[in-house]
Design a protein around this ligand. Sequence first.
Ligand SMILES: Cc1cc2nc3c(=O)[nH]c(=O)nc-3n(C[C@H](O)[C@H](O)[C@H](O)COP(=O)(O)O)c2cc1C
Length: 368
Amino acid sequence: MSVEAKSFPVSFDALEQEAKEKMSTGAYGYVRSAASNEETLRKNAKGFEKLAIVPRMLRNVAAVDMSVTIGGRTYPYPIFLAPVGMQRLTHEEGELASARAAAAIGVPFTQSTVSSYALEEVKQATGDSPKWFQLYWSRNAEVSYSMVDRAEKAGYEAVVLTVDTVMTGWRETDLSTNFSPLKLGFGKANYEYDSVFMAALQAKDEESIIQSVLENIHYPELNWSHVAELKKRTSLPIYIKGILHPEDAILAIENGVDGIIVSNHGGRQLDGIISAIDALPTIVQAVDGTIPVLFDSGIRRGTDVVKALALGAKAVFIGRPFIYGLSVGGQAGVEKVLENYIEETKITMSLAGISKASDLLSLKLIRE
Ligand SMILES: Cc1cc2nc3c(=O)[nH]c(=O)nc-3n(C[C@H](O)[C@H](O)[C@H](O)COP(=O)(O)O)c2cc1C
């Protein structure tokens, strides 16, 4: 570890502040900001504050088991790294560093379609540690199938199909700094590695590659028939990321998906919408135990992890906090962030009288 435990920022705010000093104005703005008036970004955090744990005492919490079983696989902690694109914006080693950190701690890594390193490179850097692949549907559907096929061959365990990003949200910070990391080429590695994508290009220079990435990634035509078709094309389990309405959760089940990730993309896509934590109970109720429900958007500490699990999420994804850790300390920084989340989650469970993550549903929460 090159990061001194003593000097490493512990709170989210301190971490964000230190990351700000490391990053360019454009990159920091891109990571921190959200869509439109950033109402949903703020609501995500406030949603957690409104929920209060009612702890139980005298329950012998000497041994805490944080493991969770999702889709037949057991993971040591209820924590994943969220798919975050273009991580070389933050640190030269980008996804290689964060995936290595996830592997070292025992947390699954979710790789974005628009990563700075290809999924095969991440696999090579991390061996058999658990990894999921996040798919942004491509206008050329054969590119989508090809990427999923490559992920399966490289040993990725699941596909996360993100459905809230058929176009980019109205991000005023990026518009005012005129900053687009996709246009700067930070997110093209998985495309350059893809023989189907490359074969469809007339010219293979960098500008043509980036132009074609942009044409492929924004696909407002996306609908449930694509989900059903993807299900036929892969044997990997499919998790749909970005579900907020209970009726969409039912449609997801009807279209054969294996899990749901309740998320509003950290407020980056559509503003003025429900906070993810307020949406979670309605989705859990609609799904009624048929498929696992996972969660992200607004997790800033271990108490948030516990609250999300108490509302029925099987696990949560950490987003911006690990990106800040990456910027502050590379692989060691991401490890430190994960260690802090795990430790605070463990302490929260213990002090609330719950010794198994799988028992967190029995924890009482009230709205204040
Ligand atoms: C800089 C940045 C890039 C992101 N890139 C992706 C992406 O490529 N694919 C995706 O599905 N979600 C992406 N997300 C959304 C995250 O997966 C996650 O939903 C979000 O960060 C959760 O909100 P939080 O960071 O406020 O906790 C990105 C988020 C950030 C902050």
